[in-house]
Design a protein around this ligand. Structure first.
Ligand SMILES: NC(=O)c1ccc[n+]([C@@H]2O[C@H](COP(=O)([O-])OP(=O)(O)OC[C@H]3O[C@@H](n4cnc5c(N)ncnc54)[C@H](OP(=O)(O)O)[C@@H]3O)[C@@H](O)[C@H]2O)c1
Length: 255
């Protein structure tokens, strides 16, 4: 018989869970049977999502943190293991995209992208690694997962996106290196690289940049966060023998 809750008895920590791709992924992994740990700065949003998941028969724990702070990031991993006893899956979805003319760009926007997209992901992954190795060794599934949400901007550089490109190329490169390093310890590392997804990501940009991008993609039917959540679910519910290293997903009409 088909197992409808393949992640039963596992714990999945999802960053960026207050919005967009992370939120949809948390819902999806809860539906697959995982106890989900919801991480983002906006406590009210993750509390609400935890309540919704529990009302639907799932298990969730909301832990607010600013992942640019290495101590806070390690703290959510430690609290997860302390309160739930294990950690099997990490989905690093927290991220920001601030595009525009490099000569005019405020330096703090560049720093924010490096701090969240790259350093935040490194902070969480570093703290999680020993627990993931342990889960892969001791759990009945004999496997653990890290899924990093990079971007098609992690494969192809475009103008006005140098630092976003740099962070996402960095995520893609680190993920592949970790994949090789941890393959024999049954910790799978995967990268999911979406094109345009309808989320709050675009809303954080300065108005002229946002308006230019909205005009450029006006006739594209954007992906939905659930489309990415489905890809993540495919990766982490795969049987132990099957490691999905990389998935690129674009809207059909995005060139
Ligand atoms: N949307 C797209 O078209 C697209 C395409 C390719 C790749 N991606 C990638 O997908 C990932 C998710 O983005 P999204 O589209 O879902 O955007 P989103 O709706 O804006 O979500 C971003 C998430 O990141 C969290 N976050 C931001 N800064 C944080 C910090 N300092 N500490 C902790 N959490 C932080 C936000 O939570 P709080 O504000 O509550 O902290 C939010 O939950 C990002 O890595 C993005 O680069 C998106």
């Amino acid at each position: 018989m088909l197992d409808t809750t393949p992640l039963r008895s596992t714990v999945a920590l999802v960053t960026g869970a207050s919005s967009g791709i992370g939120q949809a992924t948390a819902r999806r992994l809860a539906a697959e049977g995982a106890t989900v740990v919801l991480v983002a700065r906006r406590q009210d949003r993750i509390d609400l999502l935890a309540k919704e998941i529990v009302e639907q028969g799932g298990d969730a724990l909301a832990l607010a943190a600013d992942l640019t702070d290495a101590v806070a990031a390690a703290g959510v991993v430690a609290a997860t293991v302390e309160q739930l006893g294990r950690l099997d899956t990490v989905v690093n979805a927290a991220g920001v995209m601030l595009l525009g003319d490099s000569a005019q760009a405020p330096l703090h926007e560049w720093q924010q992208m490096v701090d969240v997209n790259l350093k935040g992901l490194l902070h969480v992954t570093k703290a999680a690694l020993p627990h993931l190795v342990d889960a892969a060794t001791t759990s009945p599934r004999q496997v653990a997962d890290v899924v990093n949400i990079s971007s098609i901007a992690g494969r192809f550089a475009i103008p006005n996106a140098a630092v976003y490109n740099a962070t996402k190329f960095g995520v893609t490169a680190a993920t592949e290196s970790w994949r090789q390093e941890f393959a024999r310890r049954n910790v799978r590392f995967s990268v999911v690289e979406p094109g345009l997804v309808e989320t709050e990501l675009m809303s954080h940009q300065q108005a002229p940049v946002r308006e230019r991008m909205e005009a450029r993609f006006a006739d594209v039917e954007q992906l939905r966060p659930d489309d990415i959540a489905e890809a993540v679910a495919y990766v982490v519910t795969s049987p132990r023998r099957r490691a999905v290293a990389e998935i690129v997903i674009r809207p059909t009409d995005q060139v």
